[in-house]
Design a protein around this ligand. Sequence first.
Ligand code: FE
Length: 182
Amino acid sequence: MALQPEEITRIFLQDGAAQYGGEAVTQLQHALQCAHLAELSGAGPELITAALLHDLGHLLSTKTEVQSQTEDDVHQYIAIPFLRGVFPDAVIEPIRLHVDAKRYLCMADAGYWAALSPTSQRSLELQGGPFSPEQAAAFIERPYATDAVALRRWDDQAKNPAATPPTWVHYAALMRRACLQT
Ligand code: FE
């Protein structure tokens, strides 16, 4: 079931031209921009790779565009079984937690919700809405929660149709460096 970096590359280059939800960028552009923002922030190969692959679940999901407007596609979990055994927790956990990080930020950061795109505000409701103060306090104690929050902020910014991040080849090399050494 595990996907090797070459297979992940094939999926993004074949299917990444799909639009990223209701946003003005494709899945591939969104992934590259998110990875670039991580790189510019000084993140290491693992967190850059998490940023690159955080929405791989959208490309693996069998749900249609219409279905995902009315049901949570749980895309943060779909990719996880495909990444286990290939990548360390430092890649996998921020991906798994990046939707919970949005729910956390809606509670912890007063201006966060209003700055989300309309598409992201809509999906938040399907994803369970903002965390309560107790849920937020428990979330941020979890391993890799702060990495997931950082990823989430890059994710929210990575929707700029005019951005010109480096190409897939650059991030594929970082992705290979982030793999478990077998
Ligand atoms: Fe995303």
